[in-house]
Design a protein around this ligand. Sequence first.
Ligand SMILES: Nc1nc2c(ncn2[C@@H]2O[C@H](COP(=O)(O)OP(=O)(O)O)[C@@H](O)[C@H]2O)c(=O)[nH]1
Ligand SMILES: [Mg+2]
Length: 372
Amino acid sequence: MLKFWKKKPAADAPPAAPDAVAPPDPRPLDVATAEAPVEPLAEHVDPSPLAEVADVPPAEEAEEAAGPARRSWRDRLSGSAFARSLGALFVRNPKLDDALLDELETALITADVGVAASTDLVDRLRRRVEKREFADAAALLAALRAELIALVAPVARPLQVVPAHKPHVVLVVGVNGVGKTTTIGKLARRYRGEGLGVILAAGDTFRAAAVEQLTTWGERNQVPVIAQGSGADSASVIFDALQTARARGVDLLIADTAGRLHTQSGLMDELSKIRRVLAKLDAEAPHEVLLVIDGTTGQNAVNQTRQFREAIGVTGLVVTKLDGTAKGGVVFALAREFGLPIRFVGLGEGIEDLRVFDAAAFVDGLLPPALS
Ligand SMILES: Nc1nc2c(ncn2[C@@H]2O[C@H](COP(=O)(O)OP(=O)(O)O)[C@@H](O)[C@H]2O)c(=O)[nH]1
Ligand SMILES: [Mg+2]
């Protein structure tokens, strides 16, 4: 096995310190609870970020063990531009030569991996080719796999719901349409299935439909949703939800927020206000600021992450829609640029399609199977 490189230490962004303000006026609560039984979710495959990256076995076996209802990562990711162009590349260039390396570099850049990351990676491979480390294109593919896993393994750090936090508060942020509300629904289902007490806060008070959408997810999964109707103050809704969650000794509070452009300073200010208001009840809340990124937005995802991180502090990422037209490479660009933990990825619209980010499974889903 190949062990030529070391993982870079990942740097967490320290959460911004909230300053104090008066809590908002208490308002009447809407608590929606439904009766539907909750089926437990299949166990997720645990990523092992501490393992020597080059020794990580292909994830397909573990994935299959997770149950037939869950489609494999490769199944979900094989349609991506990344997978298709890499697959075609190795078919077109079965020989290990400069043309293969040049095309590989272009393919990585076009798949949103980013120019710097792609160039670095291919330069390292090129030096090893020059030293005749690889017998053939298959050996190069194996080295590429190990390099890509090494890029994302440091950020494959799952969300930990700390039992001592009653509740552990997760604030979900991101621009419009990236999949925040859907992700919250999937998370509610996952943690409910694990036996945790969960409450959702309908903090997207911008659109009436958003409250309805979250309430539907809550009803489906027997999870209470705290809402105040559209037009209410978002910080006030989330504050109420935290009060309710504490009174009931709930384990996890997940708060939705209005989609906003990272360039809208008014809306960004609203997020700071939510932070300050939560700190009134629990100085450590929110324990997690989860930024949801749409995997199809390409390099713009990097700008969004930078802006949200500067404006409110981000402690974890969810990258959605990697199943569709996403190129997939943006995950590597984000990992390299920020080192923020990638908690989950969205591989489809179904409830079981939110997966704990697994570096090896992800890379294997994008790369062609070993060349024979
Ligand atoms: N294909 C696919 N669609 C997704 C995924 N996550 C969310 N979506 C879809 O993205 C759209 C917007 O989601 P929504 O949760 O309303 O976004 P929000 O505005 O950020 O709350 C919906 O149609 C979702 O079904 C995913 O992982 N894969
Ligand atoms: Mg929403």
